[in-house]
Design a protein around this ligand. Structure first.
Ligand code: SAH
Length: 469
């Protein structure tokens, strides 16, 4: 007991749970929390912003830091803006909606700088300004709404922050409005036909998630219902309700039932059944057209994606005689963007359905100098290298956990002219950049992109150039 109390004493005062303090927010973490220092003790405060003077209540105290919540704002920061969403703070979707958009972009540049200096050790790194959106609301082309139950009633919405309690929502400032419309129709169907919703604790019930996917340019819409079971009663009624709704300017081209009977947080199961229309939507980016299945990855912010891919292409600086590897290639979007400017592009992707899409997309665009492999990049690339297949330019675009060490080692051995690293997590990006820099590649240019406005996430494209010794 005594050690516990002593460990919470810092600078002479004792931070106590449930106590209230008046304090000023001094900095901001890349998880989206403001940080106050109460006599030297770090207190993380969600939904605050640098320079806010706030009254906080301490919610929990750890050894070296505490969490607090805002009870009242005494003097607002000049970066504070009115969050327009009625669910802000209750739903875990946005953590920066209360922050002026220009300052959000500055913060993201700073997050990337912090990662490169603190994790990567690149003390003199220059980070470019964040490329953002002119209108940063309603941008997401994919929604995943969890379905749950409260007081015996079905709820669809978003999870509360750091929990799996479903907060019902009426509107959302980051989702395309049509996704919220679809969610409401599904809720009506569940209520009208008494469809059992999923109970995560007992692993019982049926409807787990409502998943939408939109082609921003083609206006095609897919709705997937993720179900803990093979059969859903009245699925024909759901299709009828969706098909007869006014979802304009979007056009419903696909209703899918995805079967996920496993426990855990993974949203989609391996099996899908088409209830209406076809099994994919189309979208276009620039002059390329893509087929996208529900199980395949597709970037969520169409306006920023185009700029991101254009930057990746510019940094590759292809002359036309290169073999390019596009690792973690998804449905082959970057591969096809690069193919017109290279001799050959080889894409590697772990999800079979995405690789099928990638192959179909090459055909759809009459592109022949691409080849796709299914498998883990860290296993496929070493095999290709052993067979004597090497890349002049390597593009990687891994998930948040970054690149596997075995893959980085093989890329180093291959010694390409350059590596273009596309990343959605600046911490793992900086970790991998450090490894590559120890083997002759330096992060020469770092471009943050605001792929996820109003949230603390940031996308980056980095040119890692070979430092010839
Ligand atoms: N470049 C694509 C996809 C990027 S998302 C685009 O811009 O759309 C990352 C992709 O990596 C996903 O498609 C995911 O399925 C895939 N992936 C995850 N782990 C992988 C691994 N070990 N090897 C290859 N692909 C992997």
């Amino acid at each position: 007991m005594l050690t516990k109390v002593l460990s919470n004493i810092c600078g002479g005062i004792m931070i106590k749970k449930n106590e209230e303090y008046i304090t000023k927010i001094q900095s901001f973490t890349n998880e989206g929390f403001g940080v106050a220092k109460i006599d030297g003790f770090a207190v993380f405060v969600p939904y605050s912003v640098v320079d806010d003077e706030v009254r906080v209540k301490i919610l929990s105290v750890k050894k070296t830091y505490a969490y607090g919540k805002i009870l009242g704002i005494i003097t607002p920061s000049k970066h504070r803006t009115n969050a327009p969403c009625p669910h802000f703070g209750k739903c875990g979707g946005c953590s920066l909606l209360h922050i002026d958009y220009n300052y959000q972009k500055e913060l993201k540049k700073q997050f990337v700088h912090d990662s490169f200096t603190r994790i990567g050790g690149f003390l003199d790194i220059k980070i470019e300004d964040t490329t953002g959106m002119d209108e940063p609301d309603f941008y997401r082309n994919k929604a995943v709404f969890p379905v749950g139950e409260a007081d015996g009633k079905a709820q669809i919405g978003m999870y509360a922050p750091r929990s799996h309690r479903v907060v019902p929502i009426e509107e959302c400032f980051i989702q395309n409005k049509v996704s919220v419309e679809v969610m409401k129709i599904v809720k009506e169907w569940i209520e009208k036909y008494n469809i059992p919703v999923y109970n995560e604790e007992n692993h019982t019930g049926l409807i787990r998630h409502v998943f939408t996917r939109i082609g921003d340019n083609t206006k095609e819409l897919m709705v997937s219902i993720v179900v803990n079971g093979k059969k859903i009663k009245h699925s024909d009624k759901l299709v009828q309700m969706l098909a007869s709704a006014d979802l304009s300017p979007y056009c419903l081209v696909s209703v899918m039932q995805n079967i996920n009977t496993k426990k855990g947080n993974v949203i989609l199961g391996d099996e899908s059944v088409c209830l209406y229309g076809r099994e994919y939507i189309h979208d276009s980016i620039g002059d390329l057209k893509f087929q996208i299945s529900n199980g395949a990855f597709y970037q969520v912010n169409p306006k920023i994606t185009k700029l991101l891919y254009e930057k990746a292409l510019e940094l590759c600086d292809l002359k036309g005689d290169e073999t390019v590897f596009d690792l973690y290639c998804g449905i082959g979007t970057i591969s096809l963007f690069l193919a017109k400017h290279a001799k050959k592009v080889i894409g590697v992707e772990i999800v079979p359905q995405a690789v099928e899409d990638a192959k179909a997309n090459a055909k759809l665009n009459n592109i022949e100098n691409v080849q796709f492999y299914t498998g883990e990049a860290e296993n496929v690339v070493p095999k290709l290298y052993e067979e004597g297949i090497k890349a002049d330019v390597v593009v990687v675009d891994p998930p948040r956990k970054g690149c596997d060490r075995k893959l980085l080692d093989t890329i180093v051995k291959m010694n390409p002219q350059k590596i273009v690293y596309v990343s959605c997590d600046s911490a793992t990006l900086a970790r991998d950049a450090k490894i590559l820099s120890e083997h002759g590649f330096y992060p020469e240019k770092v471009f943050p992109f605001d792929q996820f406005p109003h949230t603390a996430h940031v996308e980056c494209v980095v040119l890692m150039s070979r430092v010839d010794k």
